[in-house]
Design a protein around this ligand. Structure first.
Ligand code: C2E
Ligand code: CMP
Ligand code: CA
Ligand code: CA
Length: 381
């Protein structure tokens, strides 16, 4: 946030649910009495934090703040702070250090005794500030509707006909161009932003599905939606899913919720949520199968309809007999359990044939198509 010299940053008594870190410039903190008399409280400079008090109580600013020079300020929202349960988080450490430094200064001023230095490397601060800035950019990107849902066709491996797609998020940044989820999905998933973004993704998939049906009425086309652990475990996930289903009047059995093995270790609660999603009619697909903590027990205990065999298997199945044996067993077991199989990352005709010959029904991969923006995907089918 850029603030020009002399501008009021916030007024005393106003509502505020964010703190500000001074990246550049100087800020004056002042108190105003009922008779409009201003008392100067402090001048803060680079690396100092202000506006943090409102986060801890009523959200009412205890004083006003004014830019003494042109300032660059970094906003730290309340939710960004409170979702960080871990004190090893760099942003939490940065804030604790700033607050401790201020407390130390106050104590030294009162007692006249110098206290030990508060440690913490400059690198840590730089990393934390960069992380905060990036989080803010991602948040802004969502508010400015810069996220898009791309679709990668999923095909029948025998006929090579498109039977559905996997929805994959992209960030179309007006300044940085097209950004793949590898660069931002972890940050989304590790912050509470994944909850509203996750609901947006689901809603967007519902809207896209309706458009697909307008073009091909009655087609039994399905869309796979990636759902992260944090999203699934959000208290209103099932209810929101139900509401969105009703709002858009979509058939839940046309959607697969793709979860990874990682979240299955969370145990009972996850089984419960997955069962509820299943009862609503959604299919459950286990992503990246074979790369994580695959316990065969999960396959028996969870309502899993599909497993996706990870690309690391697909690419080696024709080259390595052990991989071949593993994939063969996975497919055998899945069939016994009435679970259907999707092979991921098929790049060559040889891979398609190997997976098909092993009895794998569906596949995705660059051989068929890269993920496409919706209009192109719609034109393809
Ligand atoms: P994923 O769910 O395993 O998605 C498959 C990734 O493999 C996608 O990368 C896709 O573009 C890529 N891929 C597909 N075919 C091929 C191929 O033939 N060869 C190779 N080398 N790669 C292929 P993408 O789109 O970059 O997504 C990366 C990851 O980000 C996804 O992995 C998923 O974990 C996450 N992600 C993407 N979209 C979403 C979303 O909407 N929500 C959530 N929670 N996560 C998402
Ligand atoms: P907040 O109450 O959110 O908004 C006003 C901010 O001014 C407050 O958080 C502190 O960051 C800062 N502030 C309030 N009183 C003082 C003070 N006496 N000295 C320095 N900073 C203060
Ligand atoms: Ca996936
Ligand atoms: Ca995958």
């Amino acid at each position: 946030m850029e603030v020009a010299k002399g501008q009021i940053i916030f007024h005393q008594g106003s509502q505020g649910d964010y703190a500000l870190l001074i990246e550049k410039g100087q800020v004056e903190i002042f108190h105003t009495k009922s008779d409009d008399l201003e008392t100067h409280l402090a001048v803060l400079g680079e690396g100092e934090l202000f506006g943090e008090m409102a986060l801890f109580d009523t959200n009412i600013r205890s004083a006003g703040a004014r830019a003494l020079s042109d300032c660059t300020l970094l906003v730290i929202r309340k939710d960004q702070l409170f979702e960080r349960v871990s004190t090893s988080d760099k942003i939490v450490q940065l804030i604790i250090r700033i607050l401790m430094r201020r407390l130390k200064q106050q104590n030294e001023a009162k007692s006249g005794v110098a206290l030990p230095h508060i440690t913490g490397s400059a690198n840590d601060s730089t990393d934390a500030v960069e992380k905060l800035k990036y989080e803010n950019q991602i948040n802004e990107a969502f508010l400015h509707r810069e996220f898009r849902i791309y679709h990668q066709p999923m095909v029948n491996l025998e006929s090579q006909k498109i039977v559905g797609s996997e929805a994959l998020i992209r960030w179309e940044s007006p300044t940085k161009g097209l950004i793949s989820p590898g660069a931002f999905v972890d940050i989304l998933e590790n912050s509470s932003m994944i909850v509203p973004v996750g609901y947006w993704i689901i809603e967007e998939c519902f809207i896209h599905h309706k458009k697909l049906l307008e073009k091909h009425p009655g087609a039994d086309f399905s869309i796979s939606i990636n759902v992260s652990g944090r999203q699934l475990l959000h208290y209103s996930f099932v209810q929101t899913l139900r509401e969105l289903t009703e709002k858009h009047k979509v058939d839940p059995s046309r959607f697969k919720l793709e979860i990874t093995e990682r979240i299955l270790v969370e145990g009972g609660l996850v089984i419960d949520i997955l069962n509820q999603c299943h009862e609503l009619g959604f299919h459950i697909s286990l992503d990246d199968f074979g790369t994580g903590f695959s316990s065969l027990q999960y396959l028996a205990r969870m309502p899993i309809d599909f497993i996706k065999i990870d690309r690391s298997f697909t690419m080696n199945v024709g080259k390595d007999v052990k991989t071949l044996a593993i994939v063969d067993s996975i497919i055998y077991l899945a069939k016994k359990l009435n679970i259907r199989i999707i092979a991921e990352g098929i790049e060559t005709e040889a891979e398609r044939q190997s997976m098909r010959d092993l009895g794998c029904e569906y596949g995705q991969g660059y051989l068929f198509s890269k993920p496409l923006e919706f209009s192109k995907f719609l034109a393809l089918i």
